[in-house]
Design a protein around this ligand. Structure first.
Ligand code: GLN
Length: 190
C-alpha cells in the first residue's frame, strides 16, 4: 500500500516491517527522501541513534520528515534509538543530529549502561499491560506542554505521545504483541 513507511537506514527495521505485516500492512522501506512520497505514517526503529541521525541528515530525510510533520501530513512512531532521534533535546549530546519534533529532553541509556537489557511489564494507558523490552533504553524527561505520558517505568516516562508523534523507550517490535503498532496506525488515521 505504501502509505506506511519504516526508516531503513540502520537498526531493527525488519522487525517493525514484520509487526506491521501481522497487521496486514506492507510497509515501504524508506532509505532516501523520495521514498517518503505518499507515506502517511513512518516508523523509526531502534538501533544506534547517532548513526540513524547522521544518515538521515546526509540523505536529506531529516529535513523532509520535519517539514511533513510540521505541515501535519506525517505521523511518526520512534522506538528506542528512533525515539531519541525524534526528540527536541538529547541530554549530554547537544551536537547529535536529530529531528526535534517531539518536545522532550531524552536521556540516552537512562537505566544505566551496566543494565544492558531487561524486560519489564509496563501499563499502557488505554491498552493495559504490555511486555516492555528495554535495550540500553532511553527515558523521556522535561516533557513539554503538549506531551502526554502513556506509560512509565518507576517514575520515568517510557511511552509518550504528542499529537501524531508516538515514542517508546522500549521495543514493541521485539514482541509478538502488535497492539502498539495498531495504536500508531489509529493515531495516523490508517
Ligand atoms: N542506546 C541506543 C542509542 O542511544 C539506543 C538503543 C536501542 O535502540 N535499543 O542510540
Amino acid at each position: 500500500r505504501g502509505v506506511v513507511g519504516v526508516l531503513a537506514l540502520q537498526g531493527d527495521f525488519r522487525e517493525h516491517k514484520e509487526a506491521l505485516r501481522r497487521l496486514g500492512v506492507e510497509a515501504q522501506e524508506v532509505r532516501k527522501r523520495e521514498h517518503l512520497e505518499g507515506v502517511k505514517a513512518l516508523v523509526v526503529p531502534g538501533g544506534e541513534s547517532t548513526t540513524i541521525g547522521k544518515l538521515a541528515r546526509e540523505y536529506g530525510i531529516e529535513d523532509e520528515v520535519r517539514r511533513r510533520v510540521e505541515e501535519d501530513s506525517l505521523a511518526l512512531f520512534g522506538t528506542c534509538a528512533g525515539a531519541i532521534w525524534l526528540a527536541k533535546e538529547i541530554l549530554g549530546y547537544p551536537e547529535q543530529p536529530r529531528l526535534g519534533v517531539l518536545d522532550v529532553a531524552v536521556e540516552r541509556n537512562a537505566f544505566g549502561r551496566q543494565v544492558e537489557s531487561f524486560e519489564e511489564e509496563v501499563e499502557i494507558k488505554g491498552l493495559g499491560p504490555f511486555r516492555g523490552v528495554f535495550i540500553r533504553a532511553p527515558a523521556f524527561r522535561r516533557l513539554g506542554e503538549g506531551v502526554e505520558v502513556l506509560a512509565e517505568l518507576g517514575d520515568l516516562p517510557v511511552l509518550v505521545r504528542q499529537g501524531k508523534v508516538l515514542a517508546s523507550a522500549f521495543h514493541p517490535e521485539l514482541t509478538p504483541d502488535t497492539r502498539l503498532h495498531r495504536l500508531f496506525l489509529d493515531l495516523a488515521g490508517l
